[in-house]
Structures are given as C-alpha cells and as structure tokens.
Design a protein around this ligand. Sequence first.
Ligand SMILES: Cc1cc2nc3c(=O)[nH]c(=O)nc-3n(C[C@H](O)[C@H](O)[C@H](O)COP(=O)(O)O)c2cc1C
Length: 331
Amino acid sequence: MPATQDPLASPEGVRRLVTAAIAAPSVHNTQPWRFVLSRGALELHADASRRLPVIDPRGRSMTISCGAALLNARLAMLTTGHRPDVRVLAGDAHDSTLLAEIRTGPRVTAPTAERRLYAAIHTRHSNRMPFAARRVPDDAWAALAAAARTEGAELWPVDRHAVPEMLDLVGAAERRLESDPAYGAELDRWTTDRHRLDGVPRYAFGPAASGHGVRARDFAADGTAGEPADFERQPQLAVLMTRGEGPATWLSAGQALQRVLLTATDLGVATNLLTQLLDVWDMDRRAAAPRYGTGRHIQAIVRVGYGPRAPSTPRRPVSDVLETAPPGTRG
Ligand SMILES: Cc1cc2nc3c(=O)[nH]c(=O)nc-3n(C[C@H](O)[C@H](O)[C@H](O)COP(=O)(O)O)c2cc1C
C-alpha cells in the first residue's frame, strides 16, 4: 500500500492497522478486542466474552488492554501519513462494547518519535526475568513520564525507600489471590503448555523469586515454575495514575500505559506489570457505585530495568478479530 493512501480504504491498509493493534499487551493475554470496519470507520469493541470475571469484575483491565491496542492502531495510521481521528465511545450506554472509532484524518507527516514508537510495537514484550542492578537514568524516567502525560495520565517512580513496602502489598495481594480457588481456575484457563493463540505460554512465565524482592505474578499456580532465581535487590517501580475512573478513563489509561511501554522499549528499558494489588482492589470494589470523583487512581504498577531478551507471545490472527459490517446495517 502506498504510504499516502487512506489506510481504511484498502484491505491491506486495514490489516496493517489491526496487526499493530493486536500486538498490544492484554491482561493474561486474553486479547479482549474486536474490530469492525463500518462506513469507513474502524470500530474498536471490547470482547466481553474474554473479560476475566474473577480478577476483572468491572472490566477495568479489559478496557486498559483495549486502550493499548487503540494506541497501536493510532500509531499505525499516523505512520501512513494520516492523522487518526478518534471518537471515544467508551461508557456510552448506547452500545456497551463499542469503545472507540477511528477514522482517517487529514494528511500529516508522522514525527520521528512516533515512527520509533510504531517500530517498537513488535519488539515490546513483557519481561518477567530478573533485571540487572543498573538504575534507569533520570532522562529515561523523564521520557516515560512525558509519554504518560501525552495521553492524559501520570507516571511516577516509586521512591526507592517505599519500594519494599509496595512489594509487600503486591506480595500480600498475590497470596490472597493464590488462596482463592476461583482465581486459580481462571488463571488455569489462561495459562498453557499447549500451542494456542491466546493465554500466557509457559515459556513466558519467568522464574519465581528466591528470597527478597520482586513479587511477580505466579502464572504456574501448580508450583511448576522451575528453579527460583535471584531478582534485582533494588527493583525499580512506577505507578501509572489517572484522574477519575470509569470506562473512558480506562481506555485512555491503556493508551498511556502502551505509550510508556513503547517508549521504554525504544530506550532499551525492559518492563513488566505487577498488577495483583489492583486486581484485589477491583475484586473488593465489585459492588462499588460507578461514580467517581477527580482524585488520582492507580491503573498500573510497572517494574522497569534492564533485562535479557524476553520472548514474544502468540496472538490470534487478524481474521479472527476483524469483521466488516455489511453495507447499510450500521451507522
Ligand atoms: C491490564 C494488564 C494487566 C497485566 N497484569 C500483569 C501482571 O500482573 N503480571 C504480569 O506478569 N503481566 C501482566 N500483564 C502482561 C500480560 O500478561 C501480557 O501483556 C500478555 O501475556 C501478552 O504478552 P506480551 O506483553 O509479552 O505481549 C498485564 C497486562 C495488562 C494489559
């Protein structure tokens, strides 16, 4: 497809956008998204059949995952020389699965920085290995914080003196989850040895931590994660925060998270999410009234550092997640 052609006007153009979108991270690699090409717009829907009912009763993690896919689709369109024109529909009672639609906007030259983020889409992987002792320098932290701000969120490094306390909270949340048989059954459904196109494959689990430190999610709930390893003594953590809560905020949190992860990838910084604590909060807030103020809410806890190469994980093919609405049936 010529770089200047409307990417939504040809099957290859649409395919390029959706291929980028589905490389996004998603909770337990559930890939909870669906795309519908309708009247010249690419609609992003949440696939509620892939929501995790135990740890994600409100659909927060599902919507964040979809937000990450949306950022990738935006970058893919921008790098064809068109500004993505995005209408956010998340939280719109009219259609509870429709989160956003993307249309082809005016011609524009993609800035080099955005091209670099697009290039990082397929090299970003969750890294659950021990990281080196090397500190992330201030200018890299500043770039990560700026990435979050670009998408209307905030990223704050956790003060190194507060990291052990934060890891204790994450560890306590992990233990509570592990003691919940419903959590174990849900994790079982999304972790696998077999070849399949979703879920977290065993080769990506990462080792358990020996002794102190990092409390990574134990994907091998059956205790077969292999030899424990020594993780970095001083893990480096950051929290991603938004003002307020709710579906539209979660969608923008997902875009912010993905811009942070891609920026880190571009800088050679490895990332891993430790969100067990947020799962527990979501589970406890299951019945909370869906009204929120404008205070800050933590949407992700990210471990950053320098690690070995992390493996890529499978994705369902574009044909499984993309539909074309028959003419005249929508709009
Ligand atoms: C909202 C959200 C929460 C996640 N929580 C965790 C987590 O607690 N622990 C973890 O190791 N990975 C977590 N992940 C990463 C996913 O497991 C990962 O994105 C998925 O398995 C696909 O692998 P990839 O990121 O390497 O492409 C999370 C991802 C998202 C989007």
